[in-house]
Design a protein around this ligand. Structure first.
Ligand code: ARG
Length: 291
């Protein structure tokens, strides 16, 4: 057997990299009408009770953390009868002053699309009313100048082409295969939202959530990615929000917490157990606004 000598590839995220937090601007929706009254993902059990005031209290903590971190948080009014509206990440995808609207897969959530588009229009975005089914940042994650886009459960792969046209960015399609990780933001965490000096922007992901082809794409593109454990993914640990240094994560995602610290990030744990009953976590409640 011949062994070809290889120079090790430079680490894209050396532990010594000094991580720089960036100010983020996000949209959130207070869960005043949160409950679980229908089942559109395996996390939801409408037969079990929910506690709306606890949901609000837990959400409030997340909101307060963002303010403490210096981020700018905008609010959209919650609408009675739309209990999933708290998951603002699904409301669209914004880039460079353009808001690509959401077109929800399930009828229960469809009225949220126009409600979010109305907000975007009222707040200075040029709104693109989508032709294709898509659930916004639930399935679209901006990493540098590429959008990672999920399909398989919610967003139609045709929306990926539409999004590429609307934003002018490259869109990389990834196939989700596990119904518990039905949105891309339940299976991938963006660790570096902005370019980092001397390295490539990195992500964390759950390998078993993707088909072989998509895994190949992820491994090649992010050789240094953090691989999340099944246990941490099962509390929606990957559904986190990073400013490049501070990363708000589910407090129960302990191994993810450890791996982030090792890489020089500052994980901040929150308990969103009530919103987990709807199948959402930190990132689901947070939509990036890029005017
Ligand atoms: N109950 C919601 C649904 O199934 C949860 C959405 C979670 N949001 C997210 N960005 N993953 O659509």
């Amino acid at each position: 057997m011949t062994v070809t000598e290889q120079t090790p590839a430079p680490a894209t995220t050396p532990a010594t990299t000094s991580r720089i937090p960036t100010k983020r601007t996000v949209l959130m929706c207070r869960p005043e009408h949160f409950t679980v009254s229908y089942r559109i993902n395996p996390w939801m059990h409408p037969e079990n009770p929910t506690d709306t005031s606890l949901a609000v209290q837990q959400w409030q903590r997340l909101y307060d953390i963002y303010l403490e971190l210096g981020h700018e948080v905008h609010l959209i009014d919650p609408i009675a009868g739309l209990p999933d509206m708290v998951y603002a990440a699904n409301g669209g995808f914004t880039y460079n002053g353009v808001a690509y609207g959401a077109k929800f897969a399930y009828p229960e959530r469809q009225p949220e699309g126009p409600a979010y588009m109305q907000w975007f229009g009222d707040n200075g975005f040029r709104v693109h009313d989508p032709a294709e089914t898509n659930e916004g940042e639930g399935d679209f994650l901006l990493v540098g100048d590429v959008i990672l886009a999920g399909t398989g459960f919610r967003s139609d792969s045709r929306s990926h082409a539409e999004l590429a046209e609307v934003t002018g960015l490259d869109v990389l399609s990834l196939n989700l295969i596990n119904p518990s990780f039905y949105h891309l933001d339940t299976a991938i965490a963006v660790l570096d939202p902005e370019p980092i000096e001397g390295g490539r922007q990195n992500i964390a992901y759950l390998e078993s959530a993707f088909d072989e082809h998509s895994l190949g794409v992820l491994r090649e593109r992010y050789p240094d990615a953090i691989l999340c454990t099944e246990e941490d993914a099962a509390v929606l640990g990957l559904n986190s929000y990073s400013d490049g240094y501070n990363i708000v994560i589910a407090s129960r995602a302990t191994d993810f917490d450890r791996q982030l610290r090792e890489r020089g990030y500052n994980p901040i744990g929150v308990d969103l157990s009530e919103l987990l009953l709807g199948g959402g976590g930190v990132k689901c409640c947070t939509l990036d606004l890029r005017w």
